[in-house]
Design a protein around this ligand. Sequence first.
Ligand code: MTE
Ligand code: MO
Length: 319
Amino acid sequence: MLIKRPSDIKPSEITDESVWKSRRDLLRGGAAAALGITVPSIMSPAMAQQIKLPPFKKNAAMATDEELTSRDAVTGYNNFYEFGLDKRDPAKFADMLKTRPWTLEVTGECENAKTWDIDELTTAFDLEERIYRLRCVEAWSMVVPWIGFELGALIKAAKPTSKAKYVRMETLVDPKMFPGQTPSLFGSSLNWPYVEGLRIDEAMNPLTIMAVGLYGDVIPNQNGAPIRLVVPWKYGFKSIKSIVKIEFTEDEPRSTWNVSAPREYGFYANVNPEVDHPRWSQAKERRVGTIGKRKTLPFNGYGEQVADLYANMDLTKFY
Ligand SMILES: Nc1nc2c(c(=O)[nH]1)N[C@H]1C(S)=C(S)[C@@H](COP(=O)(O)O)O[C@H]1N2
Ligand SMILES: [Mo]
């Protein structure tokens, strides 16, 4: 069983799993009722957060023979400004985020608007492991084994209307769980909620997934639990974490980084070695955990699957 055990439980509070399970079963079995005791739950809030990942298949076609980035690097070095600006902050403060209960609202220009419970959602669609390259706009990259389902499947279930041209997504706002959302602590970093968006055909592309797992296990909080987007041909900032809302819109949504620095971060954000960031080159990248630099590939190496989406567009203008 996969148990999430946040580090804020004191060792003395951790009861051996078999012991608390049998105690729980005994209580549920009616012993408590017979004694006239009301026992809502003997589990502590932390234990109540135990989360299991439903079964998943490995998708061999959606893999790479490149060496995986270590789990420690994937979970210990990344961007999640809700936890702070340093790349070590997400791992440091991740336990503050509680991922149950959690709902994802699907709304806007669609026939089947619905607020999904996270555990209903992960069992409603086929989960797969896919190994994707991740290219951050800051010119580092990783190779990550995600577990998730195709965003296209969720979109089909929502039945978008003919007006739905884009999907807009939002991260949770809750400064109690996200210390980086408290302006006094970190200065004004970004506008909350973190917002991202895709054109609907990009969202429907089979490469685009909603990830709920990582490295064979439930997705760690610092990587965007309980559910985040992964769009492997775009810079990492498009892959919004800890999503609570998906909205179908007629107009192109303004995304957080685009609002904060429009000249530096466009709506499309396709990985492109030929379009430099105004302050640095995008021609090469540093693969985390390896020495030296490697060439960045157009569309992060996924051109065969996605270049057609941009056939008649000037990608220096639509960066
Ligand atoms: N809500 C939210 N999502 C976010 C970010 C963030 O700060 N907040 N950072 C983005 C950036 S810049 C990157 S590179 C990836 C990094 O996280 P990962 O390694 O878990 O993919 O998350 C993206 N998603
Ligand atoms: Mo990034």
